[in-house]
Write a protein that binds this ligand. Structure first.
Ligand code: 5AD
Ligand code: SF4
Length: 504
């Protein structure tokens, strides 16, 4: 791996031997979150991952790594890349933080409680690090892109050896080498996204379901959200690269892929040399011989008619749409800068339901956004009743450093936020249960994923709509498609009766 000139990305690398003074803040290492907000016109290049240098290929022979992942599927998938790089350097995986030669936390910054967990782990590992000073303790992922977090680690968690950002994963071999040989904290966090890096090694879990990135970053800047700062500007992978990866996964026998992006509906908008959007990509992937194709996550604003038309063709494109609404009140949506009104959202849902019968709709909802009145909260309850989501992720608003909403007066008492969350969960669960009840007696197709977590005699699989169904059946149907009849719907899962294997 060559030492390239990365200054065009506003490089903010701190290398211990470059400065005499120990850095005390993100500023000292040259990182600025303001810079992360800028959306420049620099062209994004597609480059291949540099092969791991020969001298680093055996660095991890006989050694282990423990990679702990927090947050969304994007992070889970980044971890597959990190694992791929580490395993190509000779390291093997372990789940034991206390004995591993490298412990790495791939972190999430979307809400405060996710961050608290990481600081808890870092604190707990201090004693381990004292006992085994040769171990490497690293922090990567979205928290590393937050200035205040870098500051806190530099000041209070000096036993950390390595911090690297979401745009720096491909640099891991070099960073790890630096961390191993310098024994002082190595920090490399680029404020700006780099190129789209292709062909990074990956260790995919399971062999049945695989994630495929189609784009990186987010330009939406919803006022509560840290992601546009931690993940940089929207940039799409080239369709030919995505399609080649999906074909390759199909050849390897994967049964299901999930196309990933912070806002998949913006796919292709940045590809200046062609007119090719998410609907076009889905239409092309539809023709590939892979049984199931999912995607996440959608932004209602960019969800166009062509995409609905393509999903309605069915086949391997499953009828599950995760469509975060965040709030049912047009005023709150405006303050969140979501760029749609309650009515526009409902109109989109109407079009989806009309074109795709049996569509399973799920969502994300935030309660307690600054200034949210009881009446506005009731608009959220009523939109849930109107859409009738199959399930929803519900959150209490959490102020994020550097976002516009963090500057708004957070005037809702904690008890009120908790009470609203509770009331919302009750409505969401009641409707989820009613929706599942509608499936009683139906025959559904499942992709069987394995034994149920609680009982090895029971198998579990997922429907096209992503519902988890437990049933008793022959073990050799694991990894295959089966038909079951739904016998006992519950709130979060359903019970079924095994009927037969199916060819898909
Ligand atoms: N507070 C609470 N929830 C948040 N989300 C994003 N930012 C915040 C925040 N600051 C939620 C949104 C998003 C999901 C991934 O996390 O609902 O869709
Ligand atoms: Fe965050 Fe909004 Fe982008 Fe989703 S669309 S990642 S909520 S800024």
């Amino acid at each position: 791996m060559s030492e390239k000139d990365y200054s065009k990305y506003f490089q903010t690398t701190y290398k211990p031997d470059e400065k005499k003074k120990k850095p005390k803040s993100a500023e000292d290492v040259g990182y600025s979150q303001k810079e992360a907000k800028r959306r420049g016109k620099e062209e994004i290049m597609v480059v291949n991952f540099d092969p791991i240098p020969d001298e680093l290929k055996a660095l991890g022979n006989g050694k282990t790594y423990c990679l702990v992942t927090f947050g969304c599927q994007m992070n889970e998938h980044d971890s597959e890349t990190i694992a791929g790089i580490l395993e190509n350097m000779g390291y093997t995986s372990t789940e034991d933080e206390k004995s591993a030669d490298i412990v790495l936390y791939n972190t999430c910054a979307v809400r405060e409680n996710a961050e608290d967990k990481v600081f808890g782990h870092l604190g707990a590992l201090k004693a381990v690090k004292m006992e085994r000073p040769d171990m490497i303790l690293g922090v990567c992922g979205c928290m590393s892109q937050d200035e205040s977090v870098v500051n806190r680690i530099l000041q209070k968690y000096q036993h950390v050896d390595l911090i690297f950002g979401t745009h720096n994963i491909h640099r891991l071999p070099i960073l790890l080498r630096d961390a191993l040989y310098s024994k002082e904290m190595v920090v490399e966090v680029w404020a700006k996204e780099g190129d789209v890096i292709e062909n990074m090694p990956k260790v995919r879990e399971g062999g049945l379901k695989a994630w495929v990135n189609i784009m990186y970053g987010c330009d939406k800047f919803c006022t509560y959200c840290i992601v546009p700062y931690t993940r940089g500007k929207e940039r799409s992978r080239l369709p030919e690269d995505v399609i080649a990866e999906v074909r390759d996964l199909a050849r390897q026998g994967y049964k299901e892929i999930t196309l990933l992006g912070q806002n998949v509906n913006a796919y292709g908008k940045d590809l200046t040399d062609r007119e090719y959007l998410f609907g076009d990509l889905m239409d092309d992937i539809r023709k590939i011989d892979i049984p199931r194709v999912r995607f996440t996550t959608s932004h209602p604003r960019d969800f166009d008619d062509h995409l609905i038309e393509v999903i309605a063709k069915g086949g391997n494109l499953v009828e599950h749409i995760h469509l975060p609404v965040q709030s049912g009140s047009t005023e709150v949506l405006k303050k969140m800068a979501r760029k749609y009104s309650r009515e526009q959202y409902l109109e989109l849902v109407r079009k989806i339901k009309q074109a795709i019968p049996g569509a399973v709709l799920t969502t994300d909802i935030i309660v307690g956004f600054p200034g949210e009145t009881e009446e506005q909260f009731q608009d959220t309850l009523s939109i849930v009743e109107e859409v009738r989501y199959d399930s929803a992720y519900t959150f209490i608003y959490s102020p994020r450093h550097g976002t516009p909403a963090a500057g708004m007066e957070d005037d809702i008492p904690e008890e009120v936020k908790k009470e609203r969350l509770q009331r919302l969960i009750e409505v969401v669960n009641r409707i989820a249960r009613e929706k599942n009840e509608e499936m009683r007696g139906q025959i559904v197709e499942l992709l069987v994923e394995g034994e149920s977590k609680t009982n090895p005699d029971v198998l579990s699989g997922r429907t096209r709509g992503n519902k988890l169904v437990n049933f008793v059946g022959p073990k050799d149907c694991i990894g295959k498609f089966v038909h079951v009849r739904i016998t006992e719907p519950q709130t979060w899962t359903l019970k079924g009766e095994y009927l037969a294997l199916v060819e898909v």
